[in-house]
Ligand binder design. Structure first.
Ligand code: UDP
Ligand code: MG
Length: 314
């Protein structure tokens, strides 16, 4: 009987080493979402946590049939965990929220109210980021501004992945099965009617960020390479500037040798030229390499994730 009911709200929560917070996370989510409808599902995706997160999730799932879990065989990354959730979500409205309670679950009814007004994408915009390092705040701010400038999709500034989206948006995203996911970019790319709700971003109370600087850098580059050819263009712009400069140099060298008969310049200028050109060439190769790697990734067409265990029936 219950199985046949159309789910109204699905909530997707990626989990990576969040064992201490899961009980509170669950109770706050459950309290908040049940205000909207009793037909909801909470899909926890355990992304290869090294702690006891999965045991915690199973405990909750055993006690509450609203709780579904997907257990990955290893850590596949935040964006892939959310993607797995999107694959399995059956709700009319789908909420993506971080599992560390930095995104307050109490905001969900507000997001849902906007959805009911007819918005297909309702983003949660953070007006403050508490407890984050100066470095993270500054780099995040700069990054989103640059991203906005150089991509042709309108990726909202200062929003994480906390948002509510309509089924239609999910279907569109699932049709984009690129492995180097940048979900907030894909959501914006669909172009559906969008609005925002503001909130204060809390600090993490337990555990630590699962985003190492390395993961963060990869994620930042994914955001750019999936939505912008600007870095590739930059390579050619550099190329043109340097070529123009080199051409002037050639003219100068020829003139100095045959017309002015001045002495040939010594090795410093030679070295400078070689180093400069070498540097620019390496930059350009690097940029091309970044794209190439992603093309390879896409062409290989591997499954995005491997599920070891789940309580979702399909
Ligand atoms: N996360 C994940 N896989 C990872 C890293 C993080 O599923 O490899 C989850 C994590 O449990 C949290 C969300 O993604 O629910 C956001 O991660 P985190 O809070 O570490 O990122 P930050 O807020 O520091 O950007
Ligand atoms: Mg966090």
């Amino acid at each position: 009987m219950k199985e046949k009911m159309q789910i109204e709200v699905s909530v997707i929560i990626p989990i990576y080493n969040e064992q201490e917070i899961i009980p509170e996370l669950y109770s706050r989510l459950q309290k908040s979402v049940s205000k909207i409808s009793q037909n909801y599902e909470l899909i926890f995706v355990n992304d290869g946590s090294k702690d006891a997160s999965i045991q915690e999730l199973k405990k909750i799932a055993n006690a509450d049939s609203h709780v579904l879990y997907i257990n990955f065989s290893r850590n596949f990354g935040h964006q892939i965990a959310v993607t797995a959730g999107l694959h399995h979500a059956t709700g009319n409205a789908i909420v993506i929220i971080d599992g560390d309670l930095q995104d307050p679950p109490e905001l969900i009814p507000e997001l849902y109210a906007k959805y009911k007004e007819g918005y297909k994408i309702v983003g949660a915009r953070r007006v403050s980021r508490k407890g984050e390092t100066f470095f993270k705040k500054v780099t995040a701010k700069a990054y989103y501004r640059i991203l906005k400038r150089i991509t042709n999709v309108d990726i909202p500034v200062d929003t994480g992945d906390y948002r509510l989206i309509d089924r239609k948006v999910v279907q569109a995203i699932l049709a984009m099965d690129e492995p180097d996911k940048y979900i907030r970019g894909q959501v914006a790319w669909t172009g559906f009617k969008t609005t925002f709700v503001n909130f204060e971003r809390d600090e993490r109370r337990f555990g630590r960020t699962g985003y190492s600087l390395k993961k963060m850098t990869k994620f930042a580059i994914d955001g750019i390479t999936s939505f912008s050819s600007y870095p590739l263009k930059l390579a050619s712009i550099f190329g043109f500037i340097v070529s123009g400069f080199a051409f002037c140099m050639v003219v100068y060298v020829l003139l100095s040798k045959y017309v002015f008969q001045t002495a040939v310049e010594g090795w410093p200028s030679l070295m400078l030229t070689i180093l400069f050109l070498g540097g620019v060439q390496l930059i350009c190769l690097g940029i091309i390499g970044e794209y190439l790697w992603r093309i390879m990734n896409t062409v290989r067409n591997r499954p995005l994730y491997i599920i070891e265990e789940t309580n979702i029936e399909s």
